[in-house]
Design a protein around this ligand. Sequence first.
Ligand code: SF4
Length: 64
Amino acid sequence: MTCENINKNVALCNCSYEPCIRKGKCCECIQYHRRSNELPACFFTDSVEKTYDRSVKRFIQCFK
Ligand code: SF4
């Protein structure tokens, strides 16, 4: 089954990790990062996202 929102999701995605196979598949992206206590790129500003530190700790630091 193909996600009917994939083009819209990709257009909104700020993730700079180009080889990722989950780009635009937000449900897979969330599950993948949640397993490691992380958040997807779109929870971070572009500059923080580029560090690839997607930890909950970093998220809290960003929004304190
Ligand atoms: S946030 Fe993670 S899973 Fe989502 S598109 Fe970027 S690298 Fe892939």
